[in-house]
Design a protein around this ligand. Structure first.
Ligand code: HPA
Length: 274
């Protein structure tokens, strides 16, 4: 059970930030950390000031909470996330989301870097997540259910909120940014997939593959938050292009496509308070 960790995280955040807590939370994926520069930041809380938040260990994940505004909308932003492959027990990935829930967050926007299963959705593409498949082998809700957050068994039919998906589509159209839609799969990582795994995922109807997002979406849906997910495609899946995959490529491609995804996020998030 992580109830104590959540209580302590709430106290640490309240000690560091006295203002009204935002209703929108944003998780920045690999290479998207510099979206923090696009925010109007009121307050920065390093995760090491929140002792029970798992600390990220991956290059490109800073490990700070930014509280401020994106456009006109108040937002709490996780600049850096934690992954299963870092060794965090899946259950601990629920701490930040449940802490946000208790502080009043209603909407969670999850971003990630992902590999594409389609040659015609190349590096630099932006994909709104319509649905997901959990192939990570883990679930942060395993164990006794905490009824204060949600029921033991819960519905995942509209895991990625249709109204938020429509808003993302409208923002992309208004900005003339091409937008793909598709199904995201989370594998445990930390290795990139083999070409055989990529061929299998393609046959299963998957559009993009990564190592995050699903755990966070599960925790958020369990406690009744609405969720939006956006993947930044940083590479074609293994075997679909002659290049070997690397984290450096992920970061470089995220950097190259940063302008478009950042404009899209600003337009979409700004519109949420209208
Ligand atoms: N596979 C898994 N995770 C990823 C990839 C990939 O090809 N690219 C970025 N994150």
């Amino acid at each position: 059970m992580i109830a104590q960790e959540i209580d302590r995280s709430i106290s640490a955040i309240k000690a560091a930030y006295k203002g009204d807590f935002p209703k929108v939370a944003l998780i920045l994926g690999s290479g998207l950390g510099k979206f923090g520069d696009v925010m109007e930041v009121d307050s920065i809380i390093s995760y090491d000031q929140i002792p029970d938040f798992p600390q990220p260990t991956v290059v490109g994940h800073a490990g700070r909470l930014l509280i401020g505004k994106v456009g006109r909308t108040p937002v709490v932003c996780m600049q850096g996330r934690m992954h299963l492959y870092e060794g965090h027990p899946a259950e601990n990935l629920a701490i930040s989301i449940r802490t946000f829930k208790r502080l009043g967050v209603e909407t969670l926007i999850i971003t990630n870097a992902a590999g594409s299963l389609h040659k015609d959705m190349p590096a630099g593409s932006i994909m709104a997540i319509d649905d997901h498949v959990n192939m990570s082998g883990h679930n942060p809700l395993t164990g006794p259910n905490d009824d204060d957050f949600g029921p033991r068994f819960f519905d995942m039919t509209e895991a990625y909120d249709p109204k938020l998906r429509a808003r993302i589509a409208r923002s992309a159209k208004a900005l003339d940014i091409p937008l793909y839609n598709g199904v995201y799969v989370q594998l445990a990582g930390p290795n990139f997939e083999t070409p055989a795994e990529i061929r299998m995922l393609g046959k299963l109807g998957i559009d993009a593959v990564g190592m995050s997002t699903v755990q966070e979406c599960l925790v958020a849906r369990h406690c009744g938050m609405t969720v939006a997910g956006i993947s930044l495609i940083t590479n074609l899946g293994a075997g679909l292009s002659p290049n070997p995959l690397s984290h450096e490529e992920t970061l470089a491609e995220a950097d190259a496509a940063f302008g478009d995804i950042s404009r899209l996020l600003v337009n979409f998030i700004d519109g949420l308070s209208q």
